[in-house]
Design a protein around this ligand. Structure first.
Ligand code: HEM
Length: 395
């Protein structure tokens, strides 16, 4: 590719199965190569370092989302109409429509219910003592909270996790994993269209807001189904990832667990540190609409640029001992929830859920012990455990 002349080239595949299971050697190699690296497999410019990732996320005039944030043109076409996949006034309009559901005030109103659910999840897990940290701890709360909030009908819920995971996979490159799971992402889209057509959303939910906005003419009806998926798809695996990675990190760093137990006010910072160190969302793309200089490298107009949040969050230029888990470090500036206009719309909810689980665990569990070998879920975009055998030793 002639247009890659100014950037070093990386020929290995960070989206291979082994790259999905252990992405960090790829990120380290990319960061060493330079601020902008041409990925010959995916034919995109990767940004593996913190400064350039942040600069591109901030510059949403030159690096747009409206032509998609996926690594392939098919998904970029299919995901038109979402908040994630839009710019400027369109983006603001879509984001505003549901933002009132996730403001600090709205979240405060939900917090007692979330805390009660978290308590029930943790009590049941501690009573079992030997658990799968993913299935028995991390999944239970997001699945109990988000579908109700979004208003997804009861009868479509058994597929939600598979569909939502597939939606993330479909944002990756056109590899075997994409082929395997994209039919399920299409099923989610179809189901969502049917929900809109049948108006089968739960009364008083976000989905209900979306339909009412369409009734009032504030939103084209054709956008409703995409907007429902917008909030449902990214809200499960991401939070499940954060909670399960927290469990693994605390199991393997007992000193950090004791520190959290002694000072539960560290829980908010601890969650940020988990999201920095094991960023649930690996990377999304932008499209450049002008010739732009990034880190001294010329990126031609019309290029796809991959913002590797997970690598930026381990950049040794930005972080002291980036591979070390330290719940007291100054970590707020991490990019695990993105940054700028498209910064995660659901992060307040994700924090509410994950912190509630950690607080309940800290109050009840003396030690978290790993009792087997964890396995990673295979997904192009989401980095999370599939199985995490643990013993929760009661306090
Ligand atoms: C630990 C959990 C989570 C992580 C790590 C995470 C991560 C992210 C990231 C990195 C972005 C930026 C995308 C971009 O730059 O293009 C994003 C956007 C978004 N997230 Fe999250 N997310 C989490 C939880 C949630 C939850 C619970 C919801 C919904 C309730 C949600 C809804 C969204 C939406 C709607 C966007 C698009 C915002 C926009 O384009 O304006 N996320 N998330």
């Amino acid at each position: 590719m002639g247009n890659a002349a100014h950037a070093p080239v990386y020929r290995r595949d960070m989206f291979s199965r082994s790259g999905i299971r252990d992405p960090y050697p790829h990120y380290t190699a990319l960061r060493e190569l330079g601020p902008v690296v041409w990925l010959s497999r995916q034919r995109v410019y990767a940004l593996p370092r913190y400064t350039e990732c942040k600069a591109v996320l901030r510059d949403d005039t030159n690096f747009i989302s409206g032509e998609g944030v996926a690594l392939n043109p098919l998904t970029n076409r299919l995901s038109r109409g979402t908040t994630l996949n839009s710019d400027g006034a369109d983006h603001q309009r879509r984001r505003k429509l549901l933002a009132h559901r996730l403001t600090p005030k709205a979240l405060r109103a939900m917090s007692a219910a979330v805390d009660a659910k978290a308590k029930a999840v943790v009590e049941a897990a501690v009573a079992r003592r030997h658990v799968d940290g993913v299935r028995d701890v991390a999944m239970a709360l997001p699945l109990a909270v988000v579908p109700d909030l979004v208003g997804w009908p009861e009868d479509g819920r058994e597929n939600l996790l598979t569909w939502a995971g597939a939606t993330f996979d479909s944002l990756g490159p056109l590899n075997r994993q994409w082929l395997r799971t994209t039919p399920a992402a299409m099923s989610m889209l179809r189901f969502s269209r049917r929900v809109v057509r049948d108006r089968s959303v739960l009364a008083g939910s976000m989905g209900d807001d979306v339909l009412r906005a369409a009734d009032d003419g504030a939103l084209p009806r054709s956008e409703c189904s995409a907007l429902m998926i917008d909030y449902l798809a990214p809200s499960l695996d991401t939070t499940i990832s954060a909670i399960s990675s927290a469990l693994h990190l605390f199991a393997t760093h007992p000193d950090q667990w004791q520190a959290l137990r002694e000072d539960p006010s560290l829980v908010a910072n601890a969650l940020n540190e988990v999201v920095r160190l094991e960023s649930p969302l690996r990377a999304f793309t932008r499209k450049s609409v002008t010739d732009t200089d990034v880190g001294g490298v010329q990126i031609p107009k019309g290029s796809r640029v991959l913002v590797v949040y997970a690598s930026a969050n381990r950049d040794e230029r930005e972080w002291d001992d980036p591979d070390t888990f330290d719940i007291t470090r100054d970590v707020n500036r991490h990019l695990g929830f993105g940054y700028g206009t498209h910064g995660c719309a659901g992060q307040g909810l994700a924090r509410l859920e994950s912190q509630a689980i950690l607080r309940e665990l800290a109050a009840r569990v003396d030690r978290i012990e790993l009792t087997g070998t964890p396995t990673w879920a295979i997904n192009n975009i989401i980095h999370r455990y599939d199985q995490l055998p643990l013993e929760l030793v009661p306090a």
